[in-house]
Design a binder for this molecule. Structure first.
Ligand SMILES: Cc1cc2nc3c(=O)[nH]c(=O)nc-3n(C[C@H](O)[C@H](O)[C@H](O)COP(=O)(O)O)c2cc1C
Length: 168
């Protein structure tokens, strides 16, 4: 029996809300858990895994990286992220691209990214550091995200991935 897992890292809830939208759109047997809660699980029962993370310092968290690296070869996965920088730009893509490289032993059926707000306090601190300047200035306009349209897009992504999964 094919079972789908949606797993995510989320510090302030943005990625979690995208994960929940994806989970809502998944058909059949399914489970949703934070990455912290599956660190010791073998994940054999899941034939498709959606993995989500917030972009932090242009990259992915250690726990997300560890999960992707330990997946068995050819495991079918889909990656999603939230980020403060503008949609579609290279800053939004680079963490997903990195995740795809370290997951190149798996079968990646799709990727999805959308914007996520940063609290004003965090922005104030982050935008002062040269490391964060490039994305933090853009993140001001992410303050309403993820919004209802982003959740609709996330659901379409989940449906599309399931269509691909059914074909392979
Ligand atoms: C410490 C920190 C570093 C971040 N680094 C980046 C970054 O490099 N690029 C970017 O686009 N957004 C960056 N962000 C913004 C987050 O990716 C964005 O707010 C995301 O939606 C947070 O997701 P969460 O609520 O699931 O934790 C950063 C946020 C924080 C707090």
């Amino acid at each position: 029996m094919s079972k789908t897992l949606v797993t995510y890292v989320s510090l302030t809830g943005n990625t979690k809300s995208i994960a929940e939208a994806i989970y809502a759109a998944v058909e059949g047997e399914k489970s949703i858990k934070s990455i912290e809660d599956i660190l010791d699980e073998d994940l054999i029962e899941f034939s498709l895994i959606f993995i989500g993370f917030p972009v932090h310092s242009h990259s992915i968290s250690f726990k997300t990286e560890a999960l992707i690296k330990r997946l068995p070869p050819k495991k079918k996965i889909a990656l999603f992220s939230t980020h403060g920088s503008l949609a579609g730009g290279h800053l939004a893509r680079e963490a997903l691209e990195y995740a795809a490289v370290i997951g190149s032993h798996t079968q990646i059926l799709g990727t999805f990214s959308t914007r996520g707000k940063v609290s004003m306090n965090a922005m104030d601190v982050l935008s002062r550091s040269p490391e964060h300047k490039a994305w933090a200035e853009m993140a001001v306009s992410a303050r309403s995200h993820p919004d209802d349209n982003d959740l609709v897009d996330a659901k379409s992504f989940a449906k599309w991935v399931q269509t691909l999964f059914a074909q392979k």
